[in-house]
Design a protein around this ligand. Structure first.
Ligand SMILES: [Zn+2]
Length: 144
């Protein structure tokens, strides 16, 4: 297994009612290219938490993800479905079901990687608002 020092939380930046399952994101990410022009190897996140609380597995955690420039080699990427309101503004749209599922998933990952810090994408790249809530504070009880 890779050394994991970060668990990075993302939102999928979709509007209410717009679906972003692992299969959807896999398709979107396959259409992207790396800086040197090679196509992405499908979904860059390791987990997607759907609006109904379903936890879907994306890229296997053994594999380096593609979700946060400069931090992929030593991190796990967790994405919740949502992040935009009706007006397209970037806001925390987590449903109660997603909050419970995220908590359960992060508890599991914290047990497996107790030294990994849980952060939001925004904490590593302030240009991004993603995941639209303070992940460090929200998961203070699961930090190393
Ligand atoms: Zn992000």
């Amino acid at each position: 297994m890779r050394t994991i020092t970060l668990i990075i939380i993302h939102c999928s930046a979709v509007h209410p009612g717009q679906r972003s399952s692992v299969a959807d994101i896999n398709k979107w990410h396959k259409e992207r290219k790396t800086k040197d022009g090679r196509p992405w190897k499908g979904i860059g996140y390791h987990y997607v938490v759907r609006r109904d609380g379903t936890i879907e597995t994306g890229r296997p955690i053994e594999k380096v993800g593609a979700h946060c420039v400069g931090h992929n080699s030593h991190s796990i990427g967790v994405c919740y479905e949502g992040g935009l309101n009706e007006k397209g503004e970037e806001v925390d749209t987590r449903t109660p079901e997603q909050k419970i599922a995220l908590e359960q998933l992060l508890e599991r990952l914290h047990a497996q990687f107790p030294k990994a810090l849980i952060v939001g994408h925004h904490d590593l790249n302030p240009d991004k608002k993603c995941p639209c809530f303070d992940a460090v504070k929200a998961y203070a009880h699961l930090q190393p």
